[in-house]
Design a protein around this ligand. Sequence first.
Ligand SMILES: Nc1ncnc2c1ncn2[C@@H]1O[C@H](COP(=O)(O)OP(=O)(O)OP(=O)(O)O)[C@@H](O)[C@H]1O
Length: 335
Amino acid sequence: MKTKLRLDQVAKSYGSVRALRPTTLDVPEGEFLTLLGPSGSGKSTLLQILAGLTACDHGDVWIDGRLSTDTPPHDRGIGLIFQNYALFPHLTVAQNIAFPLEMRRLPRAEIDRRVARMLEVVQLPHVGDRLPRELSGGQQQRVAFARCSVYEPSIILMDEPLGALDKRLRDDMQTEIRRLHKELGATILYVTHDQEEAMAMSDRICLMNDGGIAQLGTPSEIYFRPRSVFAAEFVGHANFIAPTPASATSKCMVRPENIRLLREGEKADTVVDAILEDTIMLGAFSRHVARLITGERLVAVNWSDEKGAPHHPGETVRLGWDACNTVHLAAEVGR
Ligand SMILES: Nc1ncnc2c1ncn2[C@@H]1O[C@H](COP(=O)(O)OP(=O)(O)OP(=O)(O)O)[C@@H](O)[C@H]1O
């Protein structure tokens, strides 16, 4: 697969603040890559360097196989969408979308054709004559996407584009952005600090911490095979368990759905006794919280069982998990 974007040992500091440690990252053409991480982990800095809006102190940026470290933003062929995607309030939706094409002095007929097509793509064919304030937040977001995509950038950078929207609208827009990604075939770099959003949307997730890449992998790899305590805790719930004497790692982890509340006589590679503190029935799943003699709490999420004996807080239960579901963690990966 052709590499679309490459960061080679790119680093950035603001005075004494190290916003980005020397970072190397390859993004293949057509990939949807999400930068996920806590506030201040360097996500926006990385995106801004790619966009050319911030200069890096060290390293190089390659776009489409061309050295682009010093290329000005408007010559990078990159579309940008940020959280405060300001549409021009005094221009109609169609005029907003046409704007980048007018800047590029395309013929009028070509502009009209592309604007009409983009309005179809974002499924807003009838709002071209409206002003932005006559649209809902989600519709405005789609217009912003149309304005950014209309000149067909092959790379689109999005920094928390759904941050300002409510949950329902976010869900709809996530689906919409995925659909547009497929339709346009663009390479998308997407910044969020919302792990569920990252899981739902990405081909790969670049998990960032403390100005560096903590882990790079598919959503499934990051969830099931986190390499560090940070990665295990940042994505999903992590049950930390004592490492076996033979293992060289400092900590081990099991996901809640891999810990079973064992029935009478049921076996598992590791079995521990615990006091059940709480059971919450969530529909298809039930979530159990149990305390070990050592005081640690484990969370188990199992299929709900209508016919099984009901569980009560305070009762002693047996929890079990299998060796293949035990993940060995290195504490300091990515630091
Ligand atoms: N212009 C600036 N001047 C000084 N420090 C900055 C500047 N921009 C970013 N920083 C610092 O660099 C670090 C990384 O910031 P960055 O915005 O890249 O993080 P982020 O992961 O995008 O965070 P958030 O999710 O809060 O947007 C932070 O410590 C931040 O305070």
